[in-house]
Design a protein around this ligand. Structure first.
Ligand code: ADP
Ligand code: MG
Length: 630
């Protein structure tokens, strides 16, 4: 049979991760067992589900279980299950490559982070499942057979670049993973993984809630041969009384279902009794997964019906904008064979979802007051996703706005909630002011802010692309409307100020008409501004026009748009503007003057971080101007 042994190379991403595992930058090696038991448990879930769906499938599901066998002399540890198993192709694809989305991103970050503590954190965030075996073993053999077939497969590797794969006969149902353990005295081991008592301890600690029996051989007593005993309690955590479950247990369960190696930030339990009964156990992760904004992303809530696992990634239970929430929902009265499509329509499911969404939002709200720091981290990790809800989830808009926070001009490094903003609003301030843009820096330098700053009005600094979208469709918060300071007319003046302003504005009519004509290719109007104190000019949008960022986004998505012209506003108190007025009244339509106007427009564009249509021309004009001053 040796002729059929093939040697394959690991995919390069997989090779890099294996190197990390072999050289073991992750300190808690015990978790390799959690990963193997977790995979075995998934394999049993899958087999049960598959036999349910495919009546033809020949598989024995009468005693689904996991076994852990230790051979102290040979120093091997075997985790076996009689679950779904793998075909040859499965083995190559699943054990030889990393299919996880975000792997490339992860490896790039890993390369960038030179220090090992940061790498460890990254590994923790990424989680490497099966490969964690190589933290404790020099060699791993997998024997497996896909349920319903009779072609067994044997896979073997030392984790160093290649693996072998060959057909195998007489392979038992499911999968056996055999670890050839590193020497007991390997200096970085907490203890010897060939010691049965220690292995039991680890199973209890990390895998107690697994709903399938995890069996190990007991001690031999007298002349009786040792018998298998179940090591885990198999109790579903969500079915146990709340105060009976420790945080550690919740955390390990979270790691099992989420494949995350970090603890969650929040644990949420929902127990509904009455006409239709269900239990939910949800988690808010502490870090965003790498695929949060990728197309292939999944949602994280599993559906169980009366303790039987039905499906992963149950999108009917959690809206898209809360896709980072992990957990399980176990419903009493659903049918076991519901398709995703039917679930979407199911009234019970819709009611469950409604309640869960409210609980998630209220949990975050409580976190804002109870643990500000945790909330800040949560928002940094997931805020961008949550804000999508402002567009998608009309019913919960107010509740979502309550838990949002934004950068603001109030305190540079500290985001503010809307509630805090409203509390700080000045007498006479009617709106919640904001400015959108590509970066905080460009916004802070924007001339639009001048009058607001002079008045002491706070302005929200919105830099996420999604912000551009929701501010347009959300009316307001707490009865106050959102108002862009770069759009429409602003009205910041008191009665008295308005009078002085009117006087100042007299006599500009000719200049404005002439400038509007001169710049007609670029702007739709030139008018006087009340938002400027120090800059000569700025550019603003019409009340209902797209902002430049949105315009860019739509164009990037391939949408055809007519060119959007904006409005040039002039500061009537600025010497450059009053000078222009005088010059224009004397010289009328002078080419030199027209160039000055063009320069002024270019400056206003640059001031808001915009791009000149013809930078070369701008430079030439400016250079000529400078020459004349010398
Ligand atoms: P993850 O569990 O996050 O998908 P792993 O590295 O732990 O990643 O496992 C990779 C894949 O290998 C699993 O998704 C599963 O398809 C397959 N696999 C691992 N162990 C088993 C097993 N005992 N039985 C069947 N398939 C398995
Ligand atoms: Mg796994």
């Amino acid at each position: 049979m040796t002729a059929s042994v093939e040697t394959h190379e690991f995919q390069s991403e997989a090779r890099q991760l294996l190197q990390l595992m072999i050289h073991s930058i992750y300190s808690n090696k015990d978790i390799f067992l959690r990963e193997l038991v977790s995979n075995a448990s998934d394999a049993l879930d899958k087999l049960r589900l598959e036999t349910y769906r495919d009546k033809e499938l020949q598989a024995d599901t009468s005693d689904l279980h996991i076994e852990i066998l230790i051979d102290s002399e040979a120093r091997t540890l075997t985790v076996r299950d009689n679950g779904i198993g793998m075909s040859r192709d499965d083995v190559v694809n699943l054990l030889g490559t990393i299919a996880k989305s975000g792997t490339a991103e992860f490896l790039r970050k890993l390369k960038e982070s030179q220090d090992s503590a940061a790498s460890r954190d990254l590994i923790g965030q990424f989680g490497v499942g099966f490969y964690s075996s190589f933290m404790v073993a020099d060699k791993v053999t997998v024997l497996t057979r896909r349920a319903g077939t009779d072609e067994g497969v044997r896979w073997e590797s030392t984790g160093e670049g290649t693996y072998t794969i060959e057909p195998a006969t007489d392979v038992a149902d499911g999968t056996s993973v055999i670890l050839y353990l590193k020497p007991a005295d390997a200096e970085d081991h907490l203890f010897d993984y060939a010691a049965p008592s220690k292995i039991r301890e680890i199973v209890k600690r990390y895998s107690d809630f697994i709903t399938w029996p995890v069996r190990m051989l007991g001690e031999a007593s007298g002349d009786e041969a040792p018998a298998f005993e179940t090591v885990n309690s198999m109790k579903a955590l969500w079915a146990r009384a709340k105060d009976e479950v420790t945080d550690d247990e919740y955390h390990e369960f979270y790691k099992h279902i989420s494949h995350d190696w970090n603890n969650p930030a929040e644990t949420i339990r929902v127990q509904a009794e009455g006409t239709f009964e269900y239990q939910a156990l949800l988690f808010l992760p502490s870090q965003a997964p790498l695929d949060l904004f990728m197309r292939e992303r999944k949602r994280g809530v599993q559906l169980y019906v009366r303790r039987v696992f039905i499906m992963d990634d149950c999108d009917a239970l959690m809206p898209e904008y809360l896709r980072f929430v992990k957990g399980v929902v176990d419903a009493q009265d659903l049918s076991l064979n519901m398709s995703r499509e039917i679930l979407q329509q199911d009234r019970q499911i819709q009611l469950i979802r409604k309640r869960l969404v409210k609980r998630v939002l209220s949990t975050v709200k409580t976190m804002m007051t109870d643990n500000e720091e945790r909330y800040a981290t949560f928002w940094k990790e997931f805020g961008r996703a949550v804000k999508e809800g402002l567009l998608d989830d009309f019913d919960n808009r107010e509740a979502i706005l309550e838990i949002c926070s934004f950068d603001s001009t109030h305190e540079p490094e500290k985001p503010t909630t809307l509630r805090q903003y409203v509390e700080r609003m000045k007498d006479g301030q009617e709106h919640i002011y904001y400015l959108t843009g590509e970066s905080r820096q460009s916004i802070e330098r924007s001339p639009h802010l001048e009058a607001f700053q002079a008045k002491g009005y706070e302005v929200l600094v919105l830099t996420d692309p999604i912000d551009e979208m929701w501010v347009d469709s959300v009316n307001g918060f707490d009865g106050k409307q959102f108002q862009s300071i770069a759009k429409g007319q602003v009205d910041l003046e008191t009665e008295e100020e308005r009078k002085t302003a009117e006087e100042q504005r007299e006599g500009f009519a000719d200049l404005l008409t002439w400038m509007t004509g001169t710049l007609s290719e670029s702007v739709k109007e030139v008018r006087l501004s009340s938002r400027l104190t120090t800059s000569p000019a700025c550019i603003v949008g019409d009340e209902h026009d797209l902002t430049p960022t949105l315009e860019k986004m739509y164009r990037a998505m391939g949408q055809e748009l007519p060119p959007i012209k904006r409005i040039l506003e002039l500061n009537p108190t600025h010497p450059l503007v009053t000078g222009l007025r005088t010059a224009q009244s004397e010289r009328k339509d002078d080419a030199d003057l027209a160039e000055s106007v063009e320069l002024l427009y270019g400056m206003a564009l640059l001031a808001e971080g915009g791009e000149l249509t013809d930078p070369a021309r701008f430079n030439t004009l400016l250079a000529t101007r400078l020459e004349k001053t010398l």
